[in-house]
Design a binder for this molecule. Structure first.
Ligand code: GLU
Length: 429
């Protein structure tokens, strides 16, 4: 039997794009322009380690498209990072910013490294080295990074400090997701997870389901999941399962509690990367199962909030008949093969670049506040975020309903349409 080709996120992003390009009859020049990042940088980052030796890390930045505004998107630290993953994620950022209609383009960065095994000083070295390599290619009016998988507000501040040292001035608009009090916005921490639940709340209304009559299962217990669970609980929903990565065993586990997980209790036994201590969880009465069990729960709602390529042709069959909604907190969690099955089964999907757009929307608010040098209260930030997410959801939902489109396709039609129009208006194509 032929060996199954390994997953490639960039191929996936292109497959999704090609489908929509065909659907809307996009001309060949615009297709050519949007199938490949506008610019990309690959570089080495030599870092002096704590033991005195030097390790050379590989870094990337892709600027997929900046027709609607400066490239925007996070930086991931991950041992399995690849240029193709960063390319895909930069493309998804372009669609994300367009879907919520903020004046930004799409970018993404990455470093192949595992912060679990790096001291704070070594991570600072990577952050500063990443900025040194890109100091002429990123900036408040060209490309604005932010946190992503395994990077935090502290990483952003080290990066900003390096940029400001090189350019001899204050440039808070360089980067978002900064610490509150150092140019960061209140609500930024909550923004992605809350944004997922704002769209989920709207989807439940569309399907005429009361949140308090639902249960949910989450993949991942990082920043996105934790705040999504917080708000979903406030709506009256019950989370019965979360999964998380176990660094010691190099595998993931699912933590099941049929009468509902206790968010604060779980947080108290979780490391800074979202890794839940399985021994402590078992002591607290959680059933510890193999990681994939999160997908197979009898719940109304599934929320994949970890990495790409998690719901695939191989495991999509395990989704329970009870599932009504999949809200994609992660970027690219469902492969096109799985997506076809999900579509056929009539599950309501809130696609990644719509569901998880809360983070970048709040990043945009961070820049607005930074430019005014006046910072809003948390409620004001979250209120504006809710408005933006709700109206983006409504636009996609109305198109899906009117044209009988799958939600992912409707989101793509809107986003690609806006970006293609901006490229055309600028005279690029
Ligand atoms: N990394 C987040 C994302 O994937 C946020 C990006 C940003 O704030 O620029 O959407």
């Amino acid at each position: 039997m032929a060996k199954k080709a390994s997953f490639n996120a960039f191929e996936m992003a292109r497959t999704q794009f090609d489908k929509i390009a065909d659907m809307i009859g996009l001309d060949s020049a615009t297709r050519d322009l949007l199938r490949t990042p506008m610019r990309e940088y690959h570089f080495n980052i030599p870092v002096r380690m704590d033991d005195g030796s030097v390790t050379v890390f590989r870094g990337f930045r892709c600027q997929h498209n900046d027709a609607r505004g400066p490239a925007k998107g996070g930086i991931r630290f991950h041992p399995q990072e690849t240029i193709d993953t960063v390319r895909a994620l930069s493309m998804w950022m372009t669609w994300k910013c367009a879907a919520v209609d903020i004046p930004l383009g799409g970018g993404k960065g990455g470093v192949i490294c595992d912060p679990h095994n790096l001291s704070a000083r070594e991570q600072e070295g990577i952050c500063r080295g990443w900025v040194r390599q890109l100091s002429q290619n990123i900036g408040p009016v060209s490309d604005i990074p932010a946190p992503d998988v395994m990077t935090s507000a502290q990483h952003m501040l080290w990066m900003l400090d390096e940029f400001e040292t090189i350019h001899a001035g204050h440039y808070p608009g360089l980067i978002t997701g900064k610490p509150v009090g150092m140019g960061g916005s209140l609500g930024r921490k909550q923004a992605t997870g809350y944004g997922v639940v704002y769209t989920l709340r709207e989807a439940l209304k569309e399907l005429d389901i009361q949140p308090e009559n639902t249960t949910a299962s989450f993949q991942g217990f990082g920043n996105v999941s934790q705040y999504a669970i917080e708000l979903y609980h406030q709506l009256g929903g019950k989370v019965i399962c979360v999964s998380s990565w176990d660094q010691d065993d190099q595998t993931s586990y699912a933590f099941l509690k049929k009468d509902g997980v206790d968010l604060e209790q779980l947080r108290s036994i979780t490391d800074r990367f979202g890794g839940i201590d399985k021994g402590k969880a078992a002591d607290l009465g959680y059933e510890v199962l193999p990681g994939k069990a999160w997908l197979e729960q009898d719940v109304e709602i599934l929320i994949p909030s970890a990495l790409e390529n998690q719901i695939s042709g191989d495991n999509v069959g395990g989704i329970s008949d009870r599932v009504k909604i999949i809200a994609e907190g992660a970027n690219g969690p469902s492969t096109p093969e799985a997506d076809e099955v999900i579509h056929k089964r009539g599950i309501f999907v809130i696609p990644d670049f719509l569901a998880n757009a809360g983070g970048v929307t709040c990043s945009y608010f961070e820049q607005v506040q930074s430019n005014m040098n006046y910072f809003w209260e948390k409620d004001e930030v979250l209120g504006k975020l809710d408005t933006k997410m709700t109206s983006a959801f409504a636009a996609v939902n109305v198109l899906a309903r009117n044209k009988k489109l799958y939600m992912r396709d409707a989101a793509y039609v809107i986003a690609v349409g806006r970006v293609a129009q901006a490229c055309k208006d600028r005279g690029w194509v």
